[in-house]
Design a protein around this ligand. Structure first.
Ligand code: SF4
Ligand code: SF4
Length: 389
């Protein structure tokens, strides 16, 4: 289990690095999102990766040397992603290597394998698990039968003192799940971020019925702000919620560097993705963020090419975008201001103190009660029995 003093030290280095590059207007991949495999046992409607291993998927050994290269370039936090990262053969060695270098090691997981991979999961600094609402809402987004498995994974992680935060991807199918998610999070001592789909700029045909209108996005984030002000565990700052609510363009439009002065004045600070952060695909292709996977104006380079990591990083130097509606554009800027640092510290401390919170039988009963779907009642009863006993 990560030591609290080490955690504070590592986070100070992380935020120091982010602030340094922001102030000096220099670039370095202080945070690297590393997709270790594209394989996944789930098939969420909005997922932007194919669920099979890419032909050029990096081996465990290559990822380990990449961690060294990233560290030399200033990386102080690595978020392991996929696909499902726990499906990557050798994930134990990758995590051990990241931890041995004093880099913060975070993982985004669908939670299905947590019970089988507890030894490695316990070494992580934190994990992020996506849950999209109650059983009906979650399963519309993420596939029938996934809700009890994800909830089981969350509860097991909590019982083992693992630092968890939740992420809910908002679509038209689950946008009414705010209260459910926040009650669930509160009962389990967790915080929740609420994201929008990662490919809004060129919405594929099959996602159109999932895409929220601009009015729906505005209303949902306004409600979220109200809930946050009432004390519910929304992880985004007020600064970021205001940023999303008042975004001056349509929600699928980026504010480019050549936009009107009025649009540029909306938010003077440049988005940090591609400037202090990099998304590295499992085959080595390197992107600024998950939203630029499939667009005409950005073509990624692979770090497996001749020019290596430096070439792939330099390829992102002159991005045409200034900022966009993604909450991360504002939140990462905010986290390097004095107020934002305080927000980050309070979050770290409250996460630490809630880490060992276990669910009481009463809480589990409440989780059950707020899921209105009765179809998999037997499975839920089984889950409740296991947790209560
Ligand atoms: S769990 Fe994650 S990687 Fe797997 S299909 Fe869903 S969004 Fe994609
Ligand atoms: S502004 Fe930032 S988050 Fe938005 S598309 Fe560009 S790099 Fe990605």
């Amino acid at each position: 289990m990560p030591n609290p003093l080490k955690t504070i030290y590592k986070r100070t280095r992380l935020f120091g690095g982010l602030a340094y590059h922001q102030i000096t207007k220099t670039r370095a991949p202080v945070i690297a999102y590393l997709l270790v495999t594209n394989r996944c046992q789930m098939s969420c409607t909005y997922c932007f990766v194919d669920h099979v291993a890419l032909p050029g998927e990096m081996s465990t050994e290559r990822i380990i040397t990449l961690v060294d290269e990233l560290y030399e370039k200033g990386t102080r936090m690595i978020c392991l992603m996929g696909g499902e990262p726990l499906l990557k053969p050798g994930i134990e060695k990758i995590v051990d290597h990241i931890v041995s270098k004093g880099i913060i090691c975070d993982m985004t997981t669908n939670a299905l394998l947590i019970k089988h991979k507890l030894a490695v999961v316990k070494k992580l600094d934190s994990i992020m698990i996506s849950l999209d609402g109650d059983e009906e809402a979650n399963d519309l987004n993420r596939g029938k039968g996934t809700w009890p498995k994800i909830v089981d994974g969350i509860l097991i992680a909590r019982e083992n003192g693992i630092t968890v935060r939740l992420n809910c991807v908002l679509t038209r199918k689950n946008m009414h799940s705010l209260e459910y998610m926040l009650q669930f999070a509160k009962d389990n001592g967790l915080f929740v971020t609420f994201a929008l789909m990662a490919e809004p700029y060129q919405t594929p045909e099959n996602l159109k019925e999932f895409t929220m209108s601009d009015e729906e996005i505005k209303e949902t984030y306004t409600k979220l702000k109200k809930l946050r002000d009432e004390g519910w565990p929304v992880l985004f700052s007020d600064h970021t919620l205001d940023y999303v609510i008042n975004y001056p363009l349509a929600y699928n439009e980026i504010i480019f560097k050549n936009a009107s002065q009025k649009a540029l004045d909306y938010y003077r600070k440049e988005c940090r993705y591609g400037r202090t952060m990099a998304y590295i695909e499992s085959d080595g292709k390197t992107y600024p963020c998950a939203a630029l996977w499939n667009v005409d104006f950005f073509k990624p380079k692979s770090l497996q090419d001749k020019e290596g990591l430096q070439g792939a990083w330099d390829n992102m130097e002159n991005l045409p975008c200034h900022t966009c509606f993604q909450p991360g554009c504002s939140e990462w800027n905010y986290l390097t201001t004095p107020e934002g640092v305080w927000h980050g510290i309070s979050f770290t401390v409250s996460q630490f103190f809630s880490r060992n919170k276990r669910q009481s039988g009463e809480t589990i009963q409440r989780i059950r009660k707020i899921s209105p779907i009765q179809t998999s009642q037997a499975k839920k009863e089984e889950l409740i029995q296991v947790r209560v006993s």
